[in-house]
Design a protein around this ligand. Structure first.
Ligand SMILES: Cc1cc2nc3c(=O)[nH]c(=O)nc-3n(C[C@H](O)[C@H](O)[C@H](O)COP(=O)(O)O)c2cc1C
Length: 327
């Protein structure tokens, strides 16, 4: 199945979810290399006064590797969101995604993210303004939401219909309510109801952890694609694994040597993107994810995570890989 977002054609059904603090430019590049068909950047606040911060700047930024550039906006002020759409497009965004899924109680001092699903009139107004702004800026706009606020307020169908009516090109549903956080069982049936209710492509998100799960969710919901979040952390080959499973192709898990190559490529891209101090600190979490459960990794990781410069971090990492015979 091919998804068309305005002029952009997406080939493939396995997407990378936006994850603040994780899906930056370098990680998106690695996931693309391993077959992610569509990747979304980390959410960025719509208030203009926050755009000068280093964090926002890096989230609005794109590189050559971002073949389709998607910026996710978070906010509840229609004027600010409208300005943010134009600003994001000036920075290179080719698609705008609107976040109605973030569960944080108060983000940027106003209720936004999934809190917007609680107030349908407010949601409708914002979707309308965003639809208009995106048309004005000449880019498609998409929505990411949850199934609702809580068990007794599940309104993903209503919200998705509103988005479709306002000209949104795609909707991704994380199959949990706001109250369900990240751990309640995923309601794939609600995602299926959204698919039936709208004619735009629907992407199913929540606990897509392997090919079997992806196949089942696509079959049960009728969704156009699946979106993988946490299962990709330290595990970017999951995109190739799931895609192969969906096509009925053989897939062999990459061996340690191949994984090591990916880690070192990621390290390289990460240090090319961030200044060194930040790069050293922010790469630690990726290393902890990558090396989880690897032979003799715990003592090696303890050493690597203590290093304070890029070069020494890389050197200690390579010492470990060499001791295992992988490089
Ligand atoms: C660390 C982290 C950061 C996240 N940041 C965002 C974000 O910036 N925007 C967004 O729409 N969702 C965000 N999410 C939610 C994910 O996109 C996804 O909907 C959720 O993790 C469920 O998918 P999964 O079960 O495959 O992880 C985040 C999730 C995690 C774990």
């Amino acid at each position: 199945m091919t998804i068309q977002l305005g002029p952009h054609r997406i080939e493939g059904q396995v997407f990378l979810a936006p994850m603040a603090g994780v899906t930056d430019v370098p990680f998106r590049q690695i996931c693309r290399n391993w077959g992610a068909a569509y990747v979304v950047g980390e959410m960025v606040a719509s208030q203009a006064h926050l755009w000068a911060s280093a964090k926002s700047q890096s989230r609005f930024r794109f590189e050559e590797s971002d073949t389709l550039r998607v910026t996710q906006l978070l906010g509840a002020d229609p004027d600010a969101l409208e300005k943010a759409v134009y600003f994001a497009v000036e920075q290179g965004a080719q698609v705008i995604d609107f976040n109605m899924g973030c569960p944080a109680k108060k983000v940027c001092s106003v209720a936004c993210g999934s809190a917007l699903m609680k107030d349908e009139a407010e949601a409708q107004m914002l979707l309308k303004r965003l639809g208009e702004a995106a048309r004005g800026a000449g880019v498609p706009v998409t929505l990411k939401c949850r199934t609702g606020w809580d068990e007794s307020h599940k309104n993903a169908v209503t919200i998705a219909k509103m988005a479709a009516d306002e000209g949104f090109s795609m909707v991704t549903v994380h199959g949990r309510t706001r109250v369900g956080g990240y751990i309640s069982p995923v309601e794939y049936d609600t995602i299926g109801e959204v698919v039936k209710a709208v004619s735009i492509p629907v992407v199913a998100n929540g606990d897509i952890i392997n090919g079997e799960r992806a196949r089942r969710v696509l079959d049960e919901t009728g969704a156009a694609a699946v979106m993988v979040g946490r299962a990709s952390m330290g595990n970017p080959w999951i995109f190739r694994q799931i895609s192969a499973y969906l096509k009925g192709d053989r897939f062999s898990e990459p061996d340690y040597r191949e994984r090591v190559e990916t880690i070192l490529d990621h390290w390289q891209a990460h240090f090319a993107f961030y200044e060194e101090d930040l790069a050293v600190r922010t790469f630690r979490k990726h290393l902890s994810w990558y090396l989880q459960g690897w032979p003799n990794a715990a003592p090696a990781l303890a050493v690597v995570l203590r290093e304070q410069t890029g070069e020494s971090q890389r050197q200690r990492l390579c010492d470990y890989f060499a001791a295992q015979g992988w490089i």
